[in-house]
Design a protein around this ligand. Structure first.
Ligand SMILES: Nc1nc2c(ncn2[C@@H]2O[C@H](COP(=O)(O)OP(=O)(O)OP(=O)(O)O)[C@@H](O)[C@H]2O)c(=O)[nH]1
Length: 682
């Protein structure tokens, strides 16, 4: 996991080569990386979809998922961190801890994933190992444990000083692909620094591990075995993060990284218990263990449509053993599923297997109703494992088929792509009849439309990207009454409700409903209808039709009629009362704000800042980083369309930027007016 371009794919390609999975190294910039198998990935040199593979090192099986760094594909990181037991955070030794590294680090925190750090690109001009280590402290608030020091830097980078073994590891020029390295005595000019850092290493581990602390207090130098065991315990407890370095591109430092993965990251059996809950009872905790003889349980984390095979469902098996031809239950949806075939995946290649056991990551064919985040379990012992969080999409575009013939293909394409990607959504705009697709950013939607064209042969016209605005209210309104009554049309036409509507408060973008009606003034069976009606109304806000969020509805009172009331009548009353209340509650429009970080040569700093100000940006911070200036700003997403091209032309291609969603904020009144007028077709 890492910020874009830190070198995740390049490092993974070396791993596949050294572990003997591939007989040659595929380079990202040549469009030849195994893990970036999708056409769009090879053309652009970026990872878009997380690819899974499996290799063996020191008699251990390692499942690897190479994740994308671009923020538009954050859902890929989310699902991968959910099913992996450990992670390698890759950093660019020049840029250090970049914004997206920070984001993925927090995601890993959320899932409690132990991790080690790899400071890559030590060969680049401006590489600074210790600055990166300092940033791991200042930006991530983590405890880095330096277990290697770089031996040389930039063009002179030769290898690493291993502080656990107290040896130098040097990659000689003869092994051009870095297959071989020599273990030598630490050179004299590095001896003192190595001793100093070795002391720091032991001190840091001792502070985080009682057993090592005992030895430390006795003044006994730990053996290599004792030290490795202590680092392992502290890493598994997420108390610290071992830090290594190297240059994947120049083939140095990758084998010791593999050694560290085996030595310090958890095997499934190191995890005391995988927690889930009983079907239909979220309070009742059920535990599963990485034991092939326990009842089967697995989490579906990814769906892929294969043109030839149909739907492939990627699963992580937590307990038990899965065999082809057996039946399992999707315990979230309550549906039986039959396991057609089981495949070990190597990026887009697959190898058929007859069974797979706890700890494995495999793809299965034949599942019909399972979607991302669902649990599959032994029908006799169902369990629901914790699912994952998916971010809400922030932009959308209208899409329409070019010809009538494309209409059906478009629907199929959208359906398949939405199955694969939970951050891609589709809605039909009832008023205009348009199909609107929603995603995480311009690049995300561009890739999706491109995939529709290539994989599904759909020709479509795509509108301009629009921001996913929201609406909320600023004021509480009380006792808003609505009576739904129709004289004609028979029974079931009477309902009267009285509601309060209030804001949930800053940062809460949910919806809540509470019922205060007592004494049978409204029969209990009608209450959920009022809630459903209000929720339906909240989907289309009163100002410009954007979803209304951060509101609480309280049903205070109402009346019903013995003969003329129905669920439908109460739903309509709930919906109308909500709309009426929202109109009186000072509704406002919210827009997504992006945290933008621009790295630019000093000469262009004035232009970059001026441009950000012109985009309604608020500059938050400025700092120096190796001959460049780094500017952090908060900018409305609506002003950031096309920024990539504008920045390039303003700085002659010498500045780079990244941005990620920060929060929703109120749109200034002048702009809100324009948005409302546009939505009303004025
Ligand atoms: N100089 C140098 N370049 C490197 C090194 N590792 C990777 N690169 C280059 O950096 C670029 C990005 O590398 P990738 O491996 O695609 O980075 P990534 O983190 O997988 O990128 P995304 O998946 O798109 O986020 C490529 O052009 C690599 O050749 C390194 O150690 N040194």
């Amino acid at each position: 996991m890492a910020h874009i371009d830190a070198g995740k794919t390049t490092t993974t390609e070396r791993i596949l080569f050294y572990t003997g999975i591939n007989y040659k190294i595929g380079e990202v910039h040549e469009g030849a990386a195994t893990m970036d198998w999708m056409e769009q990935e090879q053309e652009r040199g970026i990872t878009i979809t997380s690819a899974a593979t499996t290799c063996t090192w020191l008699d251990h099986t390692i499942n690897i998922i190479d994740t994308p760094g671009h923020v538009d594909f954050t859902v890929e990181v989310e699902r991968s961190l959910r099913v992996l037991d450990g992670a390698v955070a890759v950093f660019d030794a020049v840029a250090g801890v970049e914004p997206q590294s920070e984001t993925v680090w927090r995601q890993a925190d959320r899932y409690g994933v132990p991790r080690i750090c790899f400071v890559n690109k030590m060969d680049r001009v401006g590489a600074e190992f210790h600055r990166c280590v300092d940033m791991i402290v200042s930006r991530l608030g983590a405890t880095p444990l330096v277990i290697q020091l770089p031996w040389g830097v930039e063009a002179d980078f030769k290898g690493v000083i291993d502080l656990v073994k107290m040896k130098g590891l040097i990659w000689s020029a003869e092994a051009a692909k870095g297959e071989m390295y020599d273990t030598v005595d630490i050179p004299a000019d590095h001896a003192e620094t190595a001793r100093e850092w070795r002391d720091k290493l032991i001190e840091t581990v001792a502070e985080n591990d009682d057993q090592l602390m005992e030895l430390y207090l006795e003044g006994t130098e730990p053996t290599e075995e004792q030290l490795v065991a202590a680092i392992r315990r502290a890493t598994l407890a997420s108390a610290l993060n071992p830090v290594l370095c190297g240059t994947a591109f120049k083939n140095k430092g990758v084998q010791p990284l593999l050694d560290a993965i085996v030595a310090y990251l958890p095997a499934p059996i190191d995890i005391p218990a995988f927690k889930g809950h009983a079907v239909g009872d979220e309070e009742k905790v059920v535990e599963r263990h990485a034991d092939p003889t326990e009842p089967f349980s697995a989490l579906a984390f990814k769906i892929m449509s294969d043109q030839h095979l149909g739907k492939l469902t990627y699963i992580r098996i937590y307990s038990g053993t899965l065999e082809t031809g057996t039946s399992v239950v999707n315990s979230v949806k309550g549906k039986k599923e039959r396991i057609g075939k089981i495949y070990q995946m190597h990026a887009n290649k697959r190898e058929e297997r007859s069974s797979a056991a706890a700890g494995a990551i495999v793809a299965v064919m034949g599942l019909k109703d399972t979607t991302t985040g669902d649990t599959l379990s032994d029908p006799a012992h169902p369990v629901v494992l914790e699912s994952m969080n998916f971010p809400a999409p922030v932009i959308n575009v209208a899409i329409e088929p070019k010809t009538k013939g494309d209409q059906e293909k478009l629907s199929t394409a959208i359906q398949r792509l939405a199955e694969e990607d939970p951050s891609f959504q589709v809605r039909r705009d009832e008023e205009t009849g348009q199909t609107v697709i929603w995603g995480m950013g311009e690049l995300h939607l561009e890739i999706l439309v491109d995939r529709m064209r290539r994989e599904f042969k759909v020709e479509a016209n795509v509108g301009r990207p629009q921001v996913a605005y929201r609406e909320t209210i600023r004021r509480k309104v009380e006792k808003v009454e609505y009576t739904h009554k129709k004289q004609t049309g028979g029974s079931g036409q009477f309902a009267r409700v009285i509601i309060d509507l209030e804001p949930l408060g800053e940062g809460n973008d949910g919806y809540e409903f509470s019922n205060k009606v007592s004494g049978g003034r409204i029969p209990r069976e009608y209450i959920p209808s009022v809630d459903a009606g209000a929720q339906e109304a909240a989907e289309f806000g009163v100002l410009a039709g954007y979803p209304m969020v951060g509101v609480k509805v309280t049903l205070q009172d109402g009346t019903y009629h013995e003969v003329d009331s129905s669920e439908m009548a109460f739903k309509i009353a709930g919906s109308m009362a909500f709309k009426e209340a929202a109109r009186r509650a000072d509704a406002v429009i919210l827009e997504p704000m992006m945290a933008v970080e621009v790295t630019t040569p000093e000469d262009y700093m004035g232009d970059v800042i001026g441009d950000l100000n012109g985009r309604r940006g608020q500059i938050q911070a400025m700092e120096d980083r190796t001959g460049a200036k780094v500017i952090n700003a908060l900018v409305p997403l609506s002003e950031m369309f096309g920024y990539v091209g504008d920045l390039r032309s303003k700085t002659q291609g010498r500045a780079v930027y990244s941005m990620q969603f920060s929060s929703y904020a109120e749109v200034p009144p002048g702009i809100a007016k324009e948005i409302v007028a546009k939505a009303r077709g004025e």
